[in-house]
Write a protein that binds this ligand. Structure first.
Ligand SMILES: Nc1nc2c(c(=O)[nH]1)N[C@H]1C(S)=C(S)[C@@H](COP(=O)(O)OP(=O)(O)OC[C@H]3O[C@@H](n4cnc5c(=O)[nH]c(N)nc54)[C@H](O)[C@@H]3O)O[C@H]1N2
Ligand SMILES: Nc1nc2c(c(=O)[nH]1)N[C@H]1C(S)=C(S)[C@@H](COP(=O)(O)OP(=O)(O)OC[C@H]3O[C@@H](n4cnc5c(=O)[nH]c(N)nc54)[C@H](O)[C@@H]3O)O[C@H]1N2
Ligand code: SF4
Ligand SMILES: [Mo]
Length: 688
């Protein structure tokens, strides 16, 4: 790096889909970014970022970045494109949308997006186009719906004790989450607690993740049984008088009902279901019962199960039984989504919503594109897609159905992307997208409490354009009207901040970020929980959470609704994140590829022996949805019968080109939908 650049450091935010939303210090000139570091003055980021983002120059300046609009000339998926000009590309998209709407109605067009960037303008602006044009809606279920459903059922809101308070806890309980890989700053705050207070770390995870490896206690639970673990711990908390009855009388809805309810859930029962030794359940309950400053960091991972919402509700109920929220460094936290109160009218065109338009489930894109009447709800097929910030051919469940859908000759697909992902390969028109350092945006964070501005620092690479700019161009051609289509990103950010009572863009730029953590009493629910009656609900009204509530349990419980193993499908598959990838992103950078090497199935040595396999053998994992060919890795950090495959590798990285989501189902998890990515029963055979 050239010396004179040392001072050209700007504050930004990591745009990736990660609860950490790290505040960054980016060294750059007008054309290039160089060093990317965690902002040292940000009290949550605390100078720490993950390795993949510290090497961000590798991604932004990657030789494979898309730099020019492309038009398909070969068969769908064949990656045969010719370069065209922007004007022509946008005209083709707009003409298709206009004629499709004329032929099949506006609901036959489906703008499809997710969180490849978490910037509010570039991520959610597509909804403005959707609402203005009455295109089909999207129920975003692929990530946090199940988790949020379970948390809301009990707590009534998405917030909690300041995540920086983890440093003030005596025990940090990381439940179904792997922060050493998926949100690294959590580990920094935990380390501080360990150093300053000799705090202990507990991890509940089916396998020995990087987080579990450094934990004091790792409970290697059978996937999908967290509800049973939580219920048997509650049984012990009541049995051994660890329950805080005074707290419960004041702050919870039905403590007596709960106590009665968990009487049947003995530790023996819990041990049988979870596969954890009785001793471990007793040990866990004792630590939980005797530690006031116990901070539970609830993850997404354990809710990616067909019983995930009820599992979250049960696990979070533990903190209510012992009144953990009353203590500094205590309480359960999942996500701060509800502290920001961002007015999204301008960004998303909320003033244009037509309630009569159908809303399609993002996770069921395979069923939707292949004409499943139930998934289409009503009305006809989807004939046109515009996709931003997501790679459904790889990340959505039931990949084979998704691919079949994308093969349809009568489906028009426009993909706006930074790289030639597999989804882009199936497009008719591919548009090149900027990365976060090439456009302006505003960021909030699930895992902390800062609002951050991420400015445009360098000129767009090649002819790439931001999502916002593409939407403006399309709005002109489609006749979509909303004031947001006549504003720059900066103007939208400024107005949005002001109407959300967060000051102005100028204020934010001056300070880089704004800390909006609510005060102690609010964060710790001293003034009451999020429900109308201000109580924590042991007996939730699930009908408030989602439409499919009829089979939800009355109290915290273990729902035996997971995809259970059987003679034909004897193994349980968990598809956890890879350390060096972020969902499907970074699968294109060679430093991440080198670290991850290839897709591997972690299998217990006893299972390997039983199956007559050896390390690195190719095996087939299969179920009724399809088959995946993968290499064996011997790994004993989980119960027998459990298989772990890390990473959302490109499908093309697998022998046979079927990716891991071939095996995962898309049936919606009750009560409000969501994909059960870690809940799959499979068989294994040697590949010969
Ligand atoms: N390096 C890296 N970081 C990431 C991502 C990535 O792909 N790679 N993805 C990002 C995204 S989009 C998200 S949403 C977050 C998610 O981050 P997390 O909250 O960590 O959630 P998951 O990644 O789904 O899974 C975390 C852990 O849950 C465990 N798990 C699976 N089933 C069960 C179960 O039944 N019970 C229990 N107790 N545990 C279970 C898995 O083994 C896994 O170790 O991470 C973000 N950060
Ligand atoms: N098997 C299995 N599957 C999973 C999961 C799992 O744990 N296991 N996790 C699920 C979860 S939690 C999630 S959130 C999803 C995530 O799945 P995706 O949403 O597909 O994940 P990302 O890789 O974060 O982002 C997708 C794309 O956005 C693009 N992108 C980034 N910024 C921009 C931008 O500014 N403009 C445009 N146009 N494009 C941009 C990136 O280049 C990237 O290709 O995957 C889900 N799928
Ligand atoms: S930890 Fe998450 S938010 Fe922080 S730099 Fe890495 S991907 Fe981005
Ligand atoms: Mo996610």
């Amino acid at each position: 790096m050239r010396k004179e650049l040392d001072n050209n450091i700007s504050i930004s935010a990591c745009p990736h889909d990660c609860p950490s939303t790290c505040a960054l210090e980016v060294t750059h000139d007008e054309k290039n970014i160089y060093k990317v570091k965690g902002a040292s003055k940000n009290t949550y980021t605390s100078g720490v970022v993950c390795a993949k983002v510290s090497r961000y120059a590798e991604r932004t300046h990657h030789p494979d970045r898309l730099t020019k609009p492309l038009m398909r000339v070969g068969k769908k998926g064949s990656n045969n494109f010719k370069k065209i000009e922007w004007e022509q590309a946008l005209d083709i998209v707009a003409e298709n949308f206009i004629s499709t709407a004329q032929k099949h109605g506006t609901e036959s067009i489906w703008p499809y997006f997710y969180a490849g960037t978490m910037g509010l303008v570039q991520r959610d602006g597509i909804n403005r186009l959707r609402h203005a044009m009455k295109y089909s809606g999207q129920h975003s279920t692929i990530c946090s719906t199940i988790t949020a459903s379970g948390f809301r059922a009990g707590v009534g809101t998405l917030k909690g004790p300041d995540p920086r308070e983890m440093a003030l806890a005596d025990v940090i309980l990381v439940w179904g989450c792997n922060p050493a890989s998926t949100q690294v700053n959590v580990m920094k705050h935990i380390q501080k607690a360990r150093k300053d207070r000799n705090a202990k770390l507990i991890v509940v995870d089916p396998y020995k993740t990087r987080s579990a490896k450094v934990a004091d206690f790792h409970y290697a639970i059978k996937p999908g049984t967290d509800g049973a673990l939580a219920c048997s711990i509650m049984h012990i908390l009541f049995r051994d008088n660890y329950a805080d009855k005074e707290y419960m009388d004041k702050y919870t809805d039905d403590p007596k009902g709960l106590e009665e309810h968990v009487k049947k859930y003995t530790p023996e029962w819990g041990s049988k279901i979870t596969g954890l030794p009785l001793r471990e359940i007793e040990e866990f309950a004792k630590i939980f019962g005797t530690t006031k400053r116990l901070y539970s960091r609830m993850g997404y991972g354990f809710t990616r199960q067909r019983n995930g919402a009820s599992a979250m509700h049960a696990a979070v109920s533990l903190s209510a039984v012992c009144g953990k929220w009353q203590y500094e460094g205590g309480g359960a936290f999942y996500n701060n989504g509800d502290i920001y109160n961002i007015d999204k009218t301008l960004i998303e065109g909320l003033d244009l919503i037509d309630q009569n338009i159908r809303i399609l489930d993002q996770s069921r894109i395979g069923s939707i594109l292949t004409g499943d009447r139930n998934a289409l709800i009503r009305g006809g097929n989807v004939y046109s897609l515009i996709i931003q910030n997501t790679n459904p051919l790889v990340v959505a469940p039931e990949s084979l159905l998704v691919r079949e859908g994308f093969y349809r000759e009568d489906l028009f697909v426009c993909v706006h992307e930074q790289f030639m992902t597999e989804t882009a390969k199936y497009a008719d028109i591919v548009l090149p997208a900027t990365t976060f350092v090439e456009h302006d945006d505003l960021y909030i964070a699930g895992g902390h409490q800062h609002i951050t501005f991420g400015p445009k620092l360098i000129e767009p690479i090649g002819e790439s354009r931001s999502n916002h700019k593409v939407l403006l161009e399309l709005s002109k051609r489609l006749g979509a009207e909303h004031k947001g289509f006549n504003m720059t990103e900066r103007e939208i950010i400024d107005v949005t901040l002001k109407s959300s009572n967060h000051g102005s863009l100028a204020d934010l730029e001056k300070n880089g970020w704004k800390d909006v953590q609510p005060d102690f009493n609010t964060s710790h629910f001293i003034n009451g929980f999020g429900h109308k009656d201000k109580k924590f609900h042991f007996k939730p009204d699930w009908s408030e959470v989602g439409p499919d509530y009829h089979n939800m349990p009355e109290y915290p419980d273990y729902m035996n609704t997971t995809e259970n193993t059987s003679k034909d499908f004897p193994f349980k598959l968990v598809t956890a994140p890879a350390h060096n990838y972020l969902n499907s992103s970074f699968t294109e950078t060679s430093s991440s590829q080198k670290s991850e090497v290839k897709p591997k199935a972690k299998i217990h040595s006893n299972d390997i022996k039983k199956l007559g396999l050896q390390e690195d053998d190719l095996v087939v994992l299969g179920n009724n949805r399809g088959k995946v060919i993968i290499n064996v890795e011997e790994f004993d950090g989980m119960q027998e019968g459990v298989i772990i495959v890390e990473g959302i590798w490109p499908n093309e990285a697998f022998v046979g080109k079927n990716g891991i989501n071939t095996l995962v189902g898309s049936d919606p998890v009750p009560p409000n939908g969501g994909a059960a990515f870690h809940d799959t029963a499979v068989w294994i055979k040697s590949h010969s």
